[in-house]
Ligand binder design. Structure first.
Ligand SMILES: Cc1cc2nc3c(=O)[nH]c(=O)nc-3n(C[C@H](O)[C@H](O)[C@H](O)COP(=O)(O)OP(=O)(O)OC[C@H]3O[C@@H](n4cnc5c(N)ncnc54)[C@H](O)[C@@H]3O)c2cc1C
Length: 490
């Protein structure tokens, strides 16, 4: 029988859950506090004509995203045009820069130039990464993770050793490469998972395959095109979207959610899926119904927050690629500031995205759209004067790299975004940008659970639960939750 289902939030997980739930014939209503969809992947346009994606910019694991579209009889190409970036990105060190080319064959040549024998090591690394990607994506990632029994299968048992679950990523990479630069290059994809590579299992070398081997892509018009396409698909299945609607309270009756309070009125639902940040969702419930208390969250390793600048530059910036990683300083020093010392880094690393190098839709002619991102500890003070200090530092390093003079004077649009904005815009615990880190102790069954333990009809999806942070995992998370709900008998 058709269920009336509320989805809280319209980020990737909410969009995905809504589409699958509506496809199964349910009456689905998405409530979003902002005036448009996308959550952390929202987009805004300035008066001058700059179009900024607010969050994700690395379109990796295209096969997973394509899988979502295929489930509804579409291809991404039905909605937007995709460009494969070449080079995928550039990494700047203090005395050298490395371009990561589009093809793995060319990347091997780059590796061999830096370290003798590194081409064949990369080949071996990638073979193992491909295996992990295939096992991970087919057998692990779609599990609801209620308990470990879900992982007991002959195939998984046979693969267990080859998955390198119990080796940390840092040690694993060091087995393959001697050069510090190559090691940093290979560690970079895993930094997306939100923890030091010393604490991430080597299983996640699957990310190197999902990135370097499958390529770095870009949807023309920006990452937001993916949001719009997913919303369209959800609507075609019958889902309804309600914007500027903040869910204020989740109301219960005995062992069930009865209604949601929105604009001070109560609306009844058979099932509720919360794609809002997990901790925030639980604050909408009376304490006795929460899965986890404050101590639980305090002990968790959160992925970082970020300092972001959206800059409209009224000149062309020479010698800058679409994606550039400014890694001139020590990676571990910055990582320690995020996780151990929880303070602003003295010698930061940062990332610059200049999508106008690929896409004329995102900046006026002859101008550049520049997005700068510096990962930061959650919960730290982010007053304007500190943000500006780091902007000056980042701009001077871009000037040094590009040879451009006085970049500051060419900025005709500027907006900063940091810890407190993540808190107020997304109700994000500590102002986290990327959810909960994928450390071994926070993987699979050890992640916050997808169902409420006391309320039969309340479910959680998104980057704070399984499978974890990132666009493809959030899309998968929505599918997992929809499968669980579609299994419920009336
Ligand atoms: C700066 C940045 C860069 C990133 N870069 C990449 C990248 O390059 N590649 C990649 O794969 N991933 C990237 N990520 C991660 C990726 O964007 C996220 O993992 C993903 O978008 C999370 O989706 P979600 O649905 O879990 O959460 P969200 O996108 O946060 O969606 C939750 C939604 O719930 C809404 N909401 C919250 N509370 C309420 C309430 N009470 N009532 C109603 N609505 C509510 C919010 O407004 C939001 O729209 C990046 C993230 C950030 C922040």
């Amino acid at each position: 029988m058709k269920k009336k289902i509320a989805v809280i939030g319209s980020g990737f997980s909410g969009l995905s859950a809504a589409a699958y739930l509506a496809k199964a014939g349910n009456d689905v209503h998405v409530f979003e506090k902002h005036d448009h969809p996308g959550g952390r992947a929202r987009q805004f346009t300035t008066e001058q004509g700059y179009v900024f994606d607010m969050g994700p910019s690395w379109y990796w694991m295209p096969d997973i995203i394509e899988g979502f579209f295929a489930d509804f009889g579409y291809k991404t190409a039905d909605f937007f045009e995709m460009i494969s970036l070449n080079p995928q990105f550039e990494m700047i060190f203090s005395n050298e820069k490395i371009d990561v080319p589009e093809s793995l064959g060319e990347l091997k040549i780059v590796f061999e130039q830096i370290e003798k024998g590194a081409a064949s090591q990369l080949e071996k690394f990638m073979q193992s990464a491909k295996f992990k990607y295939e096992v991970g994506m087919q057998d692990f990632v779609n599990k609801p993770c209620h308990n470990w029994a879900e992982f007991i299968s002959l195939k998984i048992a046979k693969s267990a050793l080859k998955l390198d679950l119990f080796t940390n990523f840092r040690t694993y990479v060091a087995r393959y490469f001697k050069s510090d630069k190559l090691r940093t290059l290979m560690e970079f994809p895993v930094i997306f998972l939100g923890a030091s590579t010393k604490n991430i299992p080597a299983l996640y070398s699957l990310m190197n395959y999902g990135g370097y081997a499958l390529g770095t892509h870009y949807p023309l018009g920006g990452f937001y095109q993916l949001v719009l396409a997913m919303k369209k698909i959800a609507e075609k299945q019958g889902a309804s979207f309600h914007f500027n609607k903040t869910v204020e309270r989740i109301n219960t009756q005995t062992d069930k959610v009865k209604s949601l309070t929105i604009d001070s009125k109560n609306y009844e639902f058979d099932v509720v899926v919360a794609s809002s940040d997990y901790h925030h969702t639980e604050t909408l419930l009376d304490r006795e119904y929460r899965n986890y208390d404050e101590t639980y969250w305090e002990k968790k390793t959160f992925a970082p927050s970020s300092l972001i600048f959206y800059l409209g530059v009224n000149e062309t910036i020479p010698n800058l690629k679409h994606h550039t990683l400014f890694f001139e300083n020590d990676l571990d020093e910055h990582i320690d500031c995020i996780y151990k010392e929880k303070k602003w880094p003295e010698k930061p690393l940062f990332y610059a995205c200049c999508p106008s190098k690929t896409d004329k839709n995102v900046a006026p002619l002859g101008k550049e759209n520049l997005f700068l991102l510096m990962p930061l500890a959650i919960g730290i003070n982010d007053e304007e004067v500190v943000r500006e200090k780091y902007l000056t530092e980042m701009l001077s390093r871009i000037e040094k790299h590009t040879g451009m003079r006085d970049l500051q004077s060419t900025i005709e649009y500027k907006k900063s975004y940091c810890v407190s904005d993540f808190m107020s815009d997304y109700n994000a615990y500590g102002g986290n940008a990327y959810g909960l880190a994928n450390t071994l102790g926070q993987t699979a069954v050890l992640k916050p659970k997808i169902s409420n333990k006391k309320l039969k009809n309340l479910f959680y999806t998104g980057q704070l639960t399984v499978p974890g942070p990132g666009v493809p995992p959030s899309i998968i998370s929505g599918k997992i939750i929809a499968n669980e709900i579609n299994k419920i008998k009336n």
